[in-house]
Design a protein around this ligand. Structure first.
Ligand code: SAJ
Length: 448
């Protein structure tokens, strides 16, 4: 059996089913098709299925639209909503569905379970199942096999193979990173890791790093948890610098000149599909490991939107303005710069709090259409006209070179800038007559 599947991989005759055609699954399916495999994508969203089938996908992901056109034209990529037939016809099944957390921060594995149950209906000997979705520790070893088998006599690791091969991709660079980055292969057993490694070698240029499934799960979660804890340190350092009257940007710039120091960037909070949830997935276990650092870091980052609102209230107070009916402009609703994704964006709690306080809140985002119930404007000028205060909430490139004199003419008297991403030059802003408040921008006693 093993030689058959290896032969099909080597000759590209293995058919591949990819469950989940989202921001990660679709680029992965397209890349596998580009490597010469016949790929059938499975997604419950009929709009995505229709668009992929026509080779026309509306995406901002660099290079993806063209690549999809090419592979669908060659008949190498198709899509469907019904997963049973693709599973039957495929030797390799890749699962790229979401693994969100619930309100209570516990993992929601329902999408994974649904995909496994669909696969279970037609699972037979000789298939390789690969999971790219981020999983809590021990999920591959304990949760996936019984869900896949659903009462069949098939033995995981012997009759079919299973490997956890986590995506480590960042939106905007998915196609490039998927091929060029090193690939971690966590085998349910050694044979599963070997076969999965042969598959990825057909299109991955980076190193193939094989290990066991649980180590791979913890490693992936550690990558993002490291980022979250590092960002939390930068955020707490920013609050300390405000208190000490120094600029955290100067502090981090100098500290990072040390060859072994890499302090990340402070901000107005941590959003996106990964960092806000992965630390909770990492900590999830039936024994209930009692975290201190990781959990506190999550709380620290989730506190930052409140700090932004505090800076706005301070700015208005310093100028004798009231928040009630003040016009406040939110520059950016995407969770990070130059993406269109609003998932868990820090802009949401900032907007909600200001609306609660009776402010007139408007948003402008050149990439993201979300406005979180604030009034959405179609242009920067419309957003800032007659505004009392602008908040830089997302580090889009467009917001990095604001024409302050033009901006000042559009805003109300005594305009305020609250720089949640520290991308505005405080000296220039203040010289043009703005009251500038920035995360970590401590004001020295001598009144800088
Ligand atoms: N952020 C900071 N300070 C920083 C870096 C980020 O405040 O120094 C904020 C961002 O503004 C954003 C959040 O943290 O709100 C997450 O930023 P991120 O750069 O980690 O971006 P993500 O969430 O897009 O991380 C992605 C993840 N992959 C996918 O979403 C598919 C993650 O798995 C990757 O580890 C990460 O990219 C990466 O490798 O860059």
């Amino acid at each position: 059996m093993k030689d058959i599947v290896l032969g099909r991989i080597r000759h590209r005759t293995a058919r591949v089913a990819v469950f989940g055609l989202g921001r990660i699954g679709l680029p992965i399916a397209t890349t596998i098709a580009e490597a010469g495999f016949q790929v059938i994508g499975v997604d419950l969203n009929s709009k995505i299925v229709k668009a992929v089938s026509k080779g026309r996908v509306d995406t901002t992901e660099l290079g993806l639209s063209n690549l999809i056109k090419q592979v669908t034209k060659k008949g190498l990529l198709k899509a469907t909503s019904n997963g049973e037939v693709p599973v039957k016809e495929s030797s390799i099944i890749v699962i790229c569905v979401p693994t969100p957390i619930r309100e209570d921060k516990t993992p929601n594995l329902s999408y994974i379970e649904d995909a496994c149950e669909t696969i279970a209906h037609t699972l037979n000997k000789g298939k390789l199942i690969i999971i790219e979705s981020t999983l809590p520790p021990k999920t591959t070893k304990t949760f996936i096999p019984p869900t896949l088998k659903r009462g069949s006599e098939l033995r995981c690791g012997l009759d079919f193979w299973l490997a956890y091969c986590p995506e480590r991709l960042t939106p905007g660079k998915v196609l490039k990173e998927f091929v060029e980055d090193d690939k971690i292969i966590g085998g349910y057993n050694t044979e599963s890791a070997e076969i999965a490694a042969e598959f990825f070698k057909t299109f991955i240029k980076g190193d193939i790093l094989t290990t066991d499934a649980t180590t791979a799960e913890v490693s992936k979660l550690s990558e993002n948890t490291f980022r979250d804890v590092n960002i939390a340190f930068a955020n707490e350092l920013a609050l300390l610098c405000e208190y000490l009257g120094v600029d955290v940007m100067d502090v981090i710039k100098l500290a990072n000149t040390h060859p072994r120091v890499n302090i990340h960037m402070l901000g107005c909070g941590v959003g996106g599909p990964c960092l806000p949830k992965d630390p909770y997935l990492l900590l999830h276990s039936d024994k209930g490991f009692d975290s201190y650092v990781i959990k506190k870091a999550r709380i620290m980052n989730d506190e930052m939107p409140k700090h932004i609102v505090d800076l706005v209230l301070k700015g208005l107070r310093d100028l004798g303005k009231r928040v009630l009916n003040s016009k406040i402009t939110i520059l950016g609703t995407a969770y990070k710069g130059n993406v269109d994704d609003p998932r868990l964006s820090p802009s949401k709690p900032i907007i909600e709090k200001l609306l609660d306080l009776g402010a007139k809140v408007v948003t402008y985002d050149p990439y993201c259409s979300e406005s979180f119930k604030a009034e959405k404007t179609r242009s920067f000028v419309e957003a800032v006209t007659d505004s009392d205060c602008i908040i830089v909430a997302t580090d889009h490139t467009e917001f990095k070179d604001i024409d302050f004199s033009k901006l000042k003419k559009s805003m109300n008297d005594n305009p305020i800038i609250v720089d949640g991403r520290r991308i505005v030059d405080p000296v220039k802003a203040k010289k043009t007559g703005f009251k500038y408040y920035g995360v970590g921008y401590g004001v020295r006693d001598e009144g800088r």
